[in-house]
Design a protein around this ligand. Sequence first.
Ligand code: G3P
Ligand code: CA
Length: 338
Amino acid sequence: GSTLCTKIPIPCDAVIAHRGASYQAPESTRPAYLLARDLGVDYLELDLQRTKDGVLVAVHDNTLGRNTDVAEVFPDRADAPVSSFTLDELKQLDAGSWFNASYPERARDSYSGLEILTLDEVIDIAENGDNHPGLYIETKVPEQFPGIEQDLRDKLEARGWLGDAAKTRPAAEGGAVRVGDGPGRLVMQTFSKASLEALEQTMPEVPQVLLLWLGEGGIEAAPSEPQGEGESKADYYARQQVASPEAFRTWLDFAKDHGAVGIGPSAVQTEHDGKFSSQFSYMELAEPWMIGMAHDDGMLVHLYTVDEPADFERYRQRGVDGFFTNRAEQLLTFYGHP
Ligand code: G3P
Ligand code: CA
């Protein structure tokens, strides 16, 4: 990574476990986060949403069909948004069996019936091992959740992750503590300009990162969908224009003006099993000039979502400061971390 880590309390070679160790265990579940923690990652990454009864939960998709049995448990609500379910309803779902069906070679009986987790439960995991990873929290579809940034602040404050309490957190004994105490223990991330502004207001003391995506109008801070009848995502992305320096400059300035310490651009990946990587394969927001421009502005660069050693190496040579990865074990080995 760059030398920004001398100024920003985030490791220069950050290992951010994307939805936990989600190559080895079902994403965003207890074993995925436990495994990531025990491997010694710097951060557990999670996508934050809010239930109908106001509980903060770690769920990526807007709906529950891809990785739960919602269609069996609530057949009339298979396409309903996460925000329309109470916590009690979400807890009835099986968030692990899909993984066994999709990845038989990595399946485990114990993954059947895994629960969706609340933010509180992810915090418990982060706090209760030999290693104490930080949390790298994304406000997901925040326009659906007015006030979620304040709810998040209230929760983190109540759990002692903000203010003086965070600064006096004792170091773990015998565990790998690279993130350290204080502000670097938490990072907030979002694709949403509005949410970045809200995070700046509610948690100015917490480092924030603006996620970037290459969409139809150039660089966007929110994903776009394929246009027109029957167009595949691959075709859609293939015809995207490469971001112009002017467009990149605009987003960097927006991030900087709102107190962000860095950007989280999408990376081009080597294909492996296709499930995680293929949709990102046509986008490149981590060209050398982009990384240089960010660093010249004092902004660090965390790329998502990168799993292959060849890609770690290519982007390390370009000077990126860390990766969101599903394969924390591979990235830790690559960086030579314990
Ligand atoms: O948060 C970084 C990366 O996770 C963004 O993509 O869709 O996996 O949340 P997504
Ligand atoms: Ca995310």
